[in-house]
Design a protein around this ligand. Structure first.
Ligand SMILES: Cc1ncc(C[n+]2csc(CCOP(=O)(O)OP(=O)(O)O)c2C)c(N)n1
Ligand SMILES: CC(=O)[C@@H](O)[C@H](O)COP(=O)(O)O
Ligand SMILES: [Mg+2]
Length: 641
């Protein structure tokens, strides 16, 4: 049971130095207070929750035993680092997590010296840690490097590439495998099953036996002390012949990651070992210590603000269906008619709506784990055999599979269908998760059909269009969150490939939108009308093939042509500009402007605030029109009003 002394210890800890001054018997209390503080903070901010709760003891123990920040501590993904932030000088700002101007929801080098490596995409920690370990060796340093990686993150190829390299380099690197038998969804794959076998039906060795095995690596004083800490031993096992050992790691564990009486001596021993790479297998529970999280299916991986007493989350009532669900439901409807359709996710079944497809077609659904590269080439293999794979991956994570898209899919013109969720700015997850680049990185590939849905009904039709395109790859992008609340079609109807649509006919200004900024274009056109400027609006639907007829018409019939997209430079606007320039249509009087995300990594905020700063809202569009006219928007607005 948790017992608190009169003086809360957490209040005395500004940095881990303060923690390290405490007696070992006090560390439990610190951990308990840290858990309460994490619960309280996230109840106010929302954010990633279950993973942080699961590493409260591990976080406390690492900072107690190791000399951070001199010893480098790298958190894989970084979504579990809130307790780490509280202990490393950021407690006073912890209730600003993920809000504009506040702390990042992940580790970030610019935020703290205690974050030696930024993250948010998974499975980078061992590579980065090895780089730091080798840098230390090259410069004659003596510090430790510790990478903490989850069992879910261990499913990505990059983790194995790093272990393969680390095993051969023999540099001193500590990898802590935080095994909570969960990813965002239940973990998948043979590796997950292997990890479970390592700690189920175990025959633990005593610490004395373990120490004997490790004898040549342990300083003598610690080996001799082994008998005195026999009580720690039941959760301390060294298993010969594990996969990790074959890769050249010293394998230690499994250890109960919530038991500080086990964790502290084991980490101390490891800290003092003079050896090559070590892997400590720590078993924890996602959501630990907060009953509603422990009891829930997703262990409260990510939460909205919640009531601490009940765990009830303050979720806003939806006004329209979420894009991810529209995608999942559309795919189900298509798959009912076509048994070649299969769905693929890389560890994001609920986020991508593939969970909806999985309920209807479990045998035609494949969760490949955090393995985007594999997901793409796996889809290519299915397509090569005549199946119709829908590979549903967030824009930001699809970056991982880029060469696979080029080499395995596009060059062979295989009809893999990419459902690109979280296109555009995502808000609280910030720059690491923004879907900014897919227009640019896909647009340059020959042979792709590239679509963006302007609303949820369009998404339904675009999924149907993808089913019909069976001779080359295609993609459809759509944002995080809710649609516009438009009327939904019963079934999707395949669109004519490469054809956009006129939304509104005007005179001087043409707003050509690619994606869901269409709604802002409509608001902007209304405002322009109020200011005496008549605007046409078109929904491009396709970036590739480009609707050249539509683009030419807009260019011919207007004084100003603006393209608007939720993506970086090099995307839709660049394609339109290139086309018009090649046609000599920019040589006359047309004022052509492209509206894209700014050339910077935007920090987290609400999506609306981020789009506002990017100038991609109605106001920004109107302002751009006035800029093109060489007039000041504010003065003109006053004059025309
Ligand atoms: C490359 C990449 N793909 C997908 C994700 C989304 N994602 C974030 S955390 C997570 C689960 C990670 O599981 P694990 O490493 O076991 O950590 P846990 O949450 O269980 O502590 C996933 C799939 C990501 N961050 N990066
Ligand atoms: C840490 C991580 O990568 C995911 O948990 C991500 O934050 C999910 O994003 P969504 O909330 O948009 O599904
Ligand atoms: Mg896990």
């Amino acid at each position: 049971m948790t017992t608190f002394s009169k003086t809360p210890l957490l209040d005395t800890i500004k940095t881990p130095e303060d923690l390290r001054r405490l007696k070992v018997e006090q560390v439990r209390q610190v951990a308990d207070e840290l858990r309460q503080e994490t619960i309280d903070a996230v109840s106010v901010t929302g954010g990633h929750f279950g993973a942080g709760l699961g590493v409260v003891e591990l976080t406390t123990a690492i900072h107690y035993v190791f000399d951070t920040p001199r010893d480098r501590l790298i958190w894989d993904v970084g979504h579990q680092a809130y307790p780490h932030k509280i202990l490393t000088g950021r407690r006073d700002r912890i209730r600003t997590l993920r809000t504009g101007g506040g702390l990042s929801g992940f580790t970030k080098r610019t935020e703290s010296d205690y974050d030696p490596f930024g993250a948010a995409h998974s499975s980078t920690s061992i590579s980065a840690g090895l780089g730091m370990a080798v840098a230390r060796d090259l410069s004659g340093g003596t510090n430790n490097v510790i990478a903490v990686i989850g069992d879910g993150a261990m499913s990505a190829g990059m983790a194995y590439e790093a272990m393969n390299n680390a095993g051969a380099m023999n540099s001193r690197l500590i990898v802590i495998l935080n095994d909570n038998d969960m990813s965002i969804a239940p973990p998948v794959g043979a590796m997950s099953a292997y990890l479970s076998r390592l700690y189920s039906g175990k025959t633990y060795r005593t610490l004395r036996e373990a120490a004997k095995q490790l004898g040549q690596h342990l300083p003598k004083v610690i080996a001799n002390r082994a008998s005195r800490v026999e009580e720690y031993s039941r959760a301390f096992m060294v298993d010969g012949g594990t996969l990790f050992e074959e890769l050249g790691f010293y394998y230690v564990g499994p250890i109960d990651g919530h038991n500080l009486d086990h964790l502290l001596p084991v980490l101390k021993n490891i800290r003092d070992m003079e050896t090559g790479p070590i892997l400590v297998h720590v078993v924890t529970q996602k959501g630990k210590g907060y009953p509603p999280a422990e009891a829930s299916a997703d262990k409260y991986h990510a939460v909205a603000k919640f009531d601490v007493a009940t765990g009830t989350q303050a979720k806003a009532k939806p006004n329209a269906p979420q894009y991810q669900n529209v995608f999942g439901q559309s795919l189900v409807k298509e798959a009912e008619k076509d048994d070649k359709i299969v769905g693929i996710t890389a560890a994001m079944p609920s986020g991508t709506g593939i969970d909806i497809f999985a309920k209807a077609f479990p045998k035609r659904t494949f969760d490949v784990g955090i393995a985007e590269q594999h997901a793409v080439t796996f889809a290519a293999g299915l397509a090569a055999e005549g199946f119709k794979p829908f590979c549903a991956i967030y824009s930001t994570f699809l970056q991982r599979g880029y060469d696979q898209i080029v080499h395995d899919v596009a060059i062979q013109s295989l009809p893999v269908r990419f459902a690109i969720d979280r296109a555009g700015l995502v808000g609280a997850d910030g720059a690491t998760h923004a879907g900014s680049f897919d227009n640019a990185y896909l647009g340059c590939l020959p042979n792709m059909v590239i679509m963006a849905a302007s609303d949820e009904a369009e998404l339904v039709h675009m999924v149907a269009t993808q089913v019909a395109i069976n001779d080359r790859p295609s993609s459809v992008r759509y944002p995080r969150g809710e649609g516009r609340g438009v009327e939904m079609p019963e079934f999707g109807v395949a669109l004519p490939v490469g054809k956009g649509r006129m939304i509104r006919q005007g005179k001087q200004v043409a707003l050509l939108s690619f994606g869901t900024r269409l709604a802002e274009c409509e608001k902007a056109a209304d405002e322009l009308a109020a200011l005496g400027l008549s605007a046409s609006i078109a929904d491009a639907r396709f970036m590739k093939p480009l609707d050249e007829e539509l683009v030419s018409k807009l260019a011919r019939e207007h004084d100003i042509l603006l393209t608007i997209e939720e993506g970086s430079v090099g995307g839709f606007g660049s394609h339109v500009m290139q086309f018009l320039s090649d046609q000599g249509m920019l040589d006359g009087g047309l004022k052509m402007r492209t509206m894209v995300l700014p050339d910077e990594f935007q920090d987290h905020d609400t999506p609306a605030a981020m789009y506002g700063r990017a100038g991609l809202d109605a106001k920004g569009i109107v302002r751009k029109v006035f800029e093109a006219l060489g007039k000041d928007y504010t003065t003109e607005a006053v004059k025309l009003a």
